[in-house]
Ligand binder design. Structure first.
Ligand code: CP
Length: 314
Protein backbone atom coordinates (compact mmCIF):
# COMPACT_ATOMS: atom_id res chain seq x y z
CA UNK A 1 0.00 0.00 0.00
CA UNK A 2 1.58 3.31 -1.10
CA UNK A 3 -1.23 5.71 -0.13
CA UNK A 4 -4.56 5.46 1.72
CA UNK A 5 -6.91 7.76 -0.17
CA UNK A 6 -10.16 5.79 -0.14
CA UNK A 7 -11.46 2.64 1.49
CA UNK A 8 -11.72 1.29 -2.05
CA UNK A 9 -7.89 1.09 -1.91
CA UNK A 10 -8.52 -1.89 0.42
CA UNK A 11 -10.11 -5.21 -0.46
CA UNK A 12 -11.50 -7.36 2.36
CA UNK A 13 -8.14 -9.07 2.98
CA UNK A 14 -6.21 -5.79 3.07
CA UNK A 15 -8.75 -4.11 5.37
CA UNK A 16 -8.74 -7.14 7.68
CA UNK A 17 -4.94 -7.03 7.63
CA UNK A 18 -4.95 -3.41 8.87
CA UNK A 19 -7.53 -4.25 11.57
CA UNK A 20 -5.49 -7.29 12.69
CA UNK A 21 -2.34 -5.15 12.90
CA UNK A 22 -4.27 -2.58 14.96
CA UNK A 23 -5.33 -5.39 17.34
CA UNK A 24 -1.74 -6.61 17.66
CA UNK A 25 -0.43 -3.10 18.32
CA UNK A 26 -3.15 -2.60 20.93
CA UNK A 27 -2.13 -5.84 22.65
CA UNK A 28 1.56 -4.93 22.40
CA UNK A 29 0.95 -1.65 24.24
CA UNK A 30 -1.56 -3.01 26.79
CA UNK A 31 -0.48 -2.35 30.36
CA UNK A 32 2.83 -0.75 29.32
CA UNK A 33 3.94 2.26 31.32
CA UNK A 34 5.94 3.59 28.37
CA UNK A 35 3.83 3.41 25.20
CA UNK A 36 6.62 3.53 22.65
CA UNK A 37 7.56 1.03 19.95
CA UNK A 38 10.68 1.53 17.79
CA UNK A 39 8.87 0.59 14.56
CA UNK A 40 9.03 3.94 12.72
CA UNK A 41 12.17 5.41 14.25
CA UNK A 42 13.76 7.86 11.79
CA UNK A 43 10.53 8.33 9.79
CA UNK A 44 8.87 11.73 9.46
CA UNK A 45 5.09 12.02 9.55
CA UNK A 46 3.42 15.37 8.81
CA UNK A 47 -0.23 16.21 9.42
CA UNK A 48 -1.50 18.97 7.16
CA UNK A 49 -4.99 20.10 8.15
CA UNK A 50 -6.97 22.70 6.21
CA UNK A 51 -10.07 22.00 8.34
CA UNK A 52 -10.51 21.77 12.11
CA UNK A 53 -10.03 18.45 13.85
CA UNK A 54 -9.54 17.07 17.34
CA UNK A 55 -9.74 13.28 17.01
CA UNK A 56 -8.08 12.64 13.65
CA UNK A 57 -5.17 15.07 13.92
CA UNK A 58 -4.30 14.28 17.53
CA UNK A 59 -4.65 10.51 17.13
CA UNK A 60 -2.39 10.50 14.06
CA UNK A 61 0.16 12.50 16.03
CA UNK A 62 -0.06 10.10 18.99
CA UNK A 63 0.08 7.10 16.61
CA UNK A 64 3.30 8.41 15.05
CA UNK A 65 4.84 9.22 18.43
CA UNK A 66 3.95 5.81 19.90
CA UNK A 67 5.87 4.25 17.01
CA UNK A 68 8.85 6.63 17.47
CA UNK A 69 8.28 8.58 14.24
CA UNK A 70 9.07 12.29 14.19
CA UNK A 71 5.69 14.00 13.89
CA UNK A 72 5.06 17.57 12.73
CA UNK A 73 1.71 19.36 12.55
CA UNK A 74 0.93 21.97 9.91
CA UNK A 75 -2.35 23.85 9.84
CA UNK A 76 -3.55 26.25 7.18
CA UNK A 77 -3.65 29.06 9.75
CA UNK A 78 -0.08 29.87 10.76
CA UNK A 79 1.54 28.33 7.66
CA UNK A 80 2.29 29.88 4.27
CA UNK A 81 -1.13 28.64 3.12
CA UNK A 82 -2.52 31.85 4.67
CA UNK A 83 -0.20 33.80 2.31
CA UNK A 84 -1.83 32.11 -0.67
CA UNK A 85 0.46 29.10 -1.20
CA UNK A 86 -1.30 26.37 -3.19
CA UNK A 87 -1.95 22.83 -1.95
CA UNK A 88 0.47 21.57 -4.61
CA UNK A 89 3.31 23.87 -3.59
CA UNK A 90 2.74 23.20 0.10
CA UNK A 91 2.71 19.43 -0.34
CA UNK A 92 5.80 19.38 -2.59
CA UNK A 93 7.57 21.63 -0.06
CA UNK A 94 6.83 19.15 2.75
CA UNK A 95 7.86 16.24 0.53
CA UNK A 96 11.15 18.01 -0.29
CA UNK A 97 11.81 18.38 3.45
CA UNK A 98 11.77 14.58 3.69
CA UNK A 99 8.18 13.80 4.75
CA UNK A 100 7.72 10.02 4.58
CA UNK A 101 4.00 10.49 5.09
CA UNK A 102 1.66 13.45 4.71
CA UNK A 103 -1.76 13.15 6.32
CA UNK A 104 -4.11 15.66 4.77
CA UNK A 105 -7.55 16.99 5.63
CA UNK A 106 -9.03 19.43 3.12
CA UNK A 107 -12.49 20.89 2.39
CA UNK A 108 -12.26 19.93 -1.31
CA UNK A 109 -13.38 16.43 -2.31
CA UNK A 110 -10.50 14.80 -4.21
CA UNK A 111 -7.75 16.92 -2.59
CA UNK A 112 -5.88 13.90 -1.20
CA UNK A 113 -5.92 12.18 -4.63
CA UNK A 114 -4.49 15.31 -6.25
CA UNK A 115 -1.79 15.59 -3.62
CA UNK A 116 -0.78 11.92 -4.05
CA UNK A 117 -0.54 12.46 -7.81
CA UNK A 118 1.77 15.46 -7.33
CA UNK A 119 4.14 13.81 -4.84
CA UNK A 120 4.32 10.65 -6.98
CA UNK A 121 5.03 12.60 -10.16
CA UNK A 122 7.66 14.87 -8.57
CA UNK A 123 9.40 12.41 -6.26
CA UNK A 124 12.58 12.52 -8.38
CA UNK A 125 12.71 16.30 -7.85
CA UNK A 126 11.75 16.29 -4.16
CA UNK A 127 14.01 13.30 -3.46
CA UNK A 128 11.39 11.64 -1.23
CA UNK A 129 8.83 8.89 -1.72
CA UNK A 130 5.98 10.38 0.30
CA UNK A 131 2.88 8.40 1.25
CA UNK A 132 -0.42 10.29 1.49
CA UNK A 133 -3.28 9.52 3.86
CA UNK A 134 -6.69 11.05 3.34
CA UNK A 135 -7.83 12.36 6.75
CA UNK A 136 -11.11 13.63 5.26
CA UNK A 137 -11.65 15.35 1.90
CA UNK A 138 -14.79 17.45 1.58
CA UNK A 139 -17.90 15.28 1.43
CA UNK A 140 -15.99 12.43 -0.21
CA UNK A 141 -14.14 10.04 2.15
CA UNK A 142 -12.61 9.54 5.58
CA UNK A 143 -11.03 6.08 5.31
CA UNK A 144 -9.33 5.88 8.72
CA UNK A 145 -12.64 6.78 10.41
CA UNK A 146 -14.28 3.81 8.67
CA UNK A 147 -11.40 1.54 9.72
CA UNK A 148 -11.64 2.60 13.36
CA UNK A 149 -15.41 2.13 13.26
CA UNK A 150 -14.90 -1.37 11.84
CA UNK A 151 -12.35 -2.11 14.59
CA UNK A 152 -14.88 -1.01 17.22
CA UNK A 153 -17.67 -3.10 15.67
CA UNK A 154 -15.37 -6.16 15.57
CA UNK A 155 -14.54 -5.66 19.27
CA UNK A 156 -18.16 -5.19 20.33
CA UNK A 157 -19.98 -7.63 18.00
CA UNK A 158 -17.27 -10.25 17.49
CA UNK A 159 -17.33 -9.73 13.72
CA UNK A 160 -18.86 -7.70 10.92
CA UNK A 161 -19.96 -10.18 8.23
CA UNK A 162 -23.73 -10.69 8.32
CA UNK A 163 -24.32 -7.91 10.87
CA UNK A 164 -26.92 -5.26 10.12
CA UNK A 165 -25.56 -1.74 10.58
CA UNK A 166 -27.68 1.42 10.33
CA UNK A 167 -26.05 4.73 9.39
CA UNK A 168 -28.34 7.62 10.30
CA UNK A 169 -28.62 11.29 9.45
CA UNK A 170 -26.84 13.77 7.21
CA UNK A 171 -25.53 11.36 4.57
CA UNK A 172 -25.40 14.13 1.95
CA UNK A 173 -22.47 15.97 3.55
CA UNK A 174 -20.85 12.99 5.29
CA UNK A 175 -17.52 11.54 4.17
CA UNK A 176 -17.84 9.17 7.14
CA UNK A 177 -21.04 7.65 5.70
CA UNK A 178 -19.56 6.96 2.27
CA UNK A 179 -16.37 5.39 3.64
CA UNK A 180 -18.34 3.29 6.12
CA UNK A 181 -20.85 2.03 3.57
CA UNK A 182 -18.04 0.94 1.25
CA UNK A 183 -15.89 -0.67 3.94
CA UNK A 184 -18.71 -2.37 5.86
CA UNK A 185 -20.14 -3.79 2.62
CA UNK A 186 -16.66 -5.04 1.64
CA UNK A 187 -16.46 -6.77 5.03
CA UNK A 188 -19.84 -8.46 4.48
CA UNK A 189 -22.20 -6.30 6.57
CA UNK A 190 -25.78 -5.54 5.61
CA UNK A 191 -25.86 -1.72 5.65
CA UNK A 192 -28.93 0.50 5.73
CA UNK A 193 -28.80 4.29 5.40
CA UNK A 194 -31.59 6.11 7.21
CA UNK A 195 -31.91 9.77 6.28
CA UNK A 196 -34.35 12.50 5.33
CA UNK A 197 -34.63 12.54 1.53
CA UNK A 198 -33.18 16.08 1.48
CA UNK A 199 -29.97 14.82 3.09
CA UNK A 200 -29.23 11.98 0.66
CA UNK A 201 -26.68 12.42 -2.15
CA UNK A 202 -27.45 11.94 -5.83
CA UNK A 203 -26.52 8.44 -6.93
CA UNK A 204 -26.96 6.88 -3.47
CA UNK A 205 -29.02 4.11 -5.08
CA UNK A 206 -25.76 2.81 -6.57
CA UNK A 207 -24.07 2.50 -3.16
CA UNK A 208 -23.85 -1.08 -1.80
CA UNK A 209 -26.59 -0.59 0.80
CA UNK A 210 -30.31 -0.13 1.30
CA UNK A 211 -31.87 3.30 1.91
CA UNK A 212 -34.76 3.92 4.31
CA UNK A 213 -36.55 6.98 5.69
CA UNK A 214 -38.22 5.64 8.87
CA UNK A 215 -35.71 5.20 11.68
CA UNK A 216 -38.10 3.60 14.16
CA UNK A 217 -38.91 0.80 11.70
CA UNK A 218 -35.22 -0.08 11.29
CA UNK A 219 -33.95 0.07 14.86
CA UNK A 220 -35.30 -3.29 16.18
CA UNK A 221 -33.30 -5.25 13.56
CA UNK A 222 -29.97 -3.43 13.90
CA UNK A 223 -26.79 -4.83 15.46
CA UNK A 224 -25.30 -1.34 15.45
CA UNK A 225 -26.44 2.17 14.75
CA UNK A 226 -24.02 4.89 13.67
CA UNK A 227 -25.34 8.40 14.17
CA UNK A 228 -23.81 10.98 11.83
CA UNK A 229 -22.79 14.52 12.60
CA UNK A 230 -24.96 17.18 10.96
CA UNK A 231 -22.37 19.10 8.91
CA UNK A 232 -23.78 22.61 9.40
CA UNK A 233 -20.56 24.17 8.03
CA UNK A 234 -21.30 22.63 4.61
CA UNK A 235 -24.94 23.78 4.51
CA UNK A 236 -24.37 27.51 3.98
CA UNK A 237 -26.68 28.70 6.72
CA UNK A 238 -29.87 26.65 6.46
CA UNK A 239 -30.96 23.08 6.01
CA UNK A 240 -34.16 21.15 5.76
CA UNK A 241 -35.38 19.55 7.94
CA UNK A 242 -34.74 22.14 10.66
CA UNK A 243 -32.68 21.22 13.72
CA UNK A 244 -35.88 20.53 15.67
CA UNK A 245 -37.44 18.40 12.92
CA UNK A 246 -34.15 16.56 12.49
CA UNK A 247 -34.03 15.75 16.22
CA UNK A 248 -37.64 14.51 16.14
CA UNK A 249 -37.22 12.38 13.02
CA UNK A 250 -33.61 11.22 13.16
CA UNK A 251 -32.14 11.96 16.60
CA UNK A 252 -31.39 8.95 18.79
CA UNK A 253 -33.51 9.76 21.83
CA UNK A 254 -33.67 7.50 24.87
CA UNK A 255 -37.11 6.23 23.73
CA UNK A 256 -35.72 5.40 20.29
CA UNK A 257 -32.62 3.72 21.67
CA UNK A 258 -34.98 1.44 23.66
CA UNK A 259 -36.17 0.01 20.31
CA UNK A 260 -32.68 -1.40 19.62
CA UNK A 261 -31.89 -5.02 20.55
CA UNK A 262 -30.03 -5.33 23.89
CA UNK A 263 -26.76 -6.28 22.20
CA UNK A 264 -26.80 -3.35 19.74
CA UNK A 265 -23.91 -0.90 19.71
CA UNK A 266 -24.29 2.87 19.34
CA UNK A 267 -21.56 4.71 17.42
CA UNK A 268 -20.91 8.35 16.60
CA UNK A 269 -17.77 9.60 14.81
CA UNK A 270 -17.78 12.87 16.79
CA UNK A 271 -17.88 15.69 17.40
CA UNK A 272 -21.45 15.13 18.63
CA UNK A 273 -24.24 17.66 18.79
CA UNK A 274 -25.89 16.29 21.90
CA UNK A 275 -29.64 16.74 22.00
CA UNK A 276 -30.05 16.96 18.22
CA UNK A 277 -28.18 13.93 16.84
CA UNK A 278 -28.10 11.87 20.05
CA UNK A 279 -29.51 12.23 23.56
CA UNK A 280 -26.84 12.72 26.24
CA UNK A 281 -28.21 9.71 28.18
CA UNK A 282 -27.72 7.49 25.08
CA UNK A 283 -24.26 8.88 24.28
CA UNK A 284 -23.16 8.12 27.84
CA UNK A 285 -24.90 4.71 28.11
CA UNK A 286 -23.12 1.31 28.20
CA UNK A 287 -24.42 0.64 24.65
CA UNK A 288 -22.42 3.56 23.30
CA UNK A 289 -18.91 2.80 22.03
CA UNK A 290 -18.03 6.41 21.23
CA UNK A 291 -14.93 6.64 23.42
CA UNK A 292 -13.88 3.15 22.32
CA UNK A 293 -13.99 4.50 18.75
CA UNK A 294 -11.61 7.26 19.81
CA UNK A 295 -9.16 4.83 21.49
CA UNK A 296 -9.31 2.46 18.53
CA UNK A 297 -8.53 5.45 16.32
CA UNK A 298 -5.01 5.60 17.72
CA UNK A 299 -4.31 1.88 17.15
CA UNK A 300 -5.89 1.86 13.70
CA UNK A 301 -3.85 4.92 12.65
CA UNK A 302 -0.71 3.25 14.03
CA UNK A 303 -1.57 0.25 11.86
CA UNK A 304 -2.11 2.43 8.78
CA UNK A 305 1.25 4.15 9.28
CA UNK A 306 2.86 0.74 9.85
CA UNK A 307 1.44 -0.72 6.61
CA UNK A 308 2.41 2.39 4.63
CA UNK A 309 5.88 2.99 6.02
CA UNK A 310 7.12 -0.38 7.25
CA UNK A 311 5.20 -2.73 4.94
CA UNK A 312 2.48 -5.24 5.85
CA UNK A 313 3.67 -7.46 8.74
CA UNK A 314 4.09 -11.23 8.25
N1 CP B 1 -14.42 12.04 13.52
C1 CP B 1 -13.56 13.05 13.19
O1 CP B 1 -13.03 13.11 12.07
O2 CP B 1 -13.35 13.94 14.20
P1 CP B 1 -12.40 15.22 14.08
O3 CP B 1 -13.04 16.18 13.13
O4 CP B 1 -12.32 15.75 15.51
O5 CP B 1 -11.07 14.76 13.57
Amino acid sequence: MKHLLSVSDLDAAAATGVLDTADRLKQALLGREVRKLPTLRGRTVITMFYEDSTRTRVSFEIAGKWMSADTVNVSAKGSSVSKGESLRDTSLTLSAMGADCVIVRHPASGAAHRLAGWVDRDHATTGTHTSVVNAGDGTHEHPTQALLDAATLRDRLGGIAGRRIGIVGDVLHSRVARSNVLLLATLGADVVLVAPPTLLPTGVEEWPCRVAAELDAELPALDAVMMLRVQAERMHGSFFPSAREYAIGYGLSADRAALLPDHAVVLHPGPMVRGMEIAPSVADSPSAAILAQVSNGVHVRMAVLYHLLAGAPE
